[in-house]
Design a protein. Structure first.
Lengths: 113, 115
């Protein structure tokens, strides 16, 4: 099975600090894509960042960056300068050649003052 | 900016009733998906649809479920006889190409409550 594992059900970070959310995955494919989605209380799924597996360079989007370790099948999300609006559920997801998304179980991020 | 829309935002139905959830994907997108999220759980793939036919479905997508693109714009998910366990958030998504350099766009979801 092509699984995605998020081992941290909940994380907490102080405003302006940095937090890292972990994700590991299992795949037999060589060509695939990895994503982090944010789900606020509205339950809308919002794409935060994506990484193509064939690219060695880690993706970055403003305060969000990833640490992609292909050999270890690890894909962590780093949020710098955390803001109150970052509080949400964060889902790691993988898509292979079949293009459907396989999601992890999510990490609930709390941001405190 | 183009977006995926879904109606209704919330549907309440009685067990055994049929429901149809509607989605309007982005107009030039070619691949369409339905996902389900039971409250407090992860998002699960239900079905993908391309060229007017199902390209892949999960084991959740049994004979009670069907999908249709009746008029070239709407993409519907029908549940023939709802069960309590069908209560969930249902998301529609679409992409333009199979190449995932293009983002999979999600709609806002339909919350289905079966009583």
């Amino acid at each position: 099975a092509q699984t995605v594992t998020q081992s941290q059900p909940e994380m907490s970070v102080q405003e302006a600090e940095t937090v890292t959310l972990s994700c590991t995955y299992d795949t037999s494919e060589s060509d695939y894509y990895l994503f982090w989605y944010k789900q606020p209380p509205s339950r809308q799924m919002i794409l935060v960042i994506r990484q193509e597996a064939y690219k060695q360079q880690n993706a970055t989007e403003n305060r969000f960056s990833v640490n992609f370790q292909k050999a270890a099948k690890s894909f962590s999300l780093k949020i710098s300068d955390s803001q109150l609006g970052d509080a949400a559920m964060y889902f790691c997801a993988r898509a292979g050649t079949a293009s459907k998304l396989t999601f992890g179980t999510g990490t609930r991020l709390q941001v405190t003052l | 900016e183009p977006e995926v829309t879904q109606t209704p935002s919330h549907q309440v139905t009685q067990m055994g009733q049929e429901v149809i959830l509607r989605c309007v994907p982005i107009s030039n997108h070619l691949y369409f998906y339905w996902y389900r999220q039971i409250l407090g759980q992860k998002v699960e793939f239900l079905v993908s649809f391309y060229n007017n036919e199902i390209s892949e479905k999960s084991e959740i997508f049994d004979d009670q479920f069907s999908v249709e693109r009746p008029d070239g714009s709407n993409f519907t998910l029908k549940i023939r006889s709802t069960k309590l366990e069908d209560s969930a958030m249902y998301f529609c998504a679409s992409i333009r190409h199979r190449d995932f350099s293009y983002e999979q766009y999600f709609g806002p979801g339909t919350r289905l409550t079966v009583t």
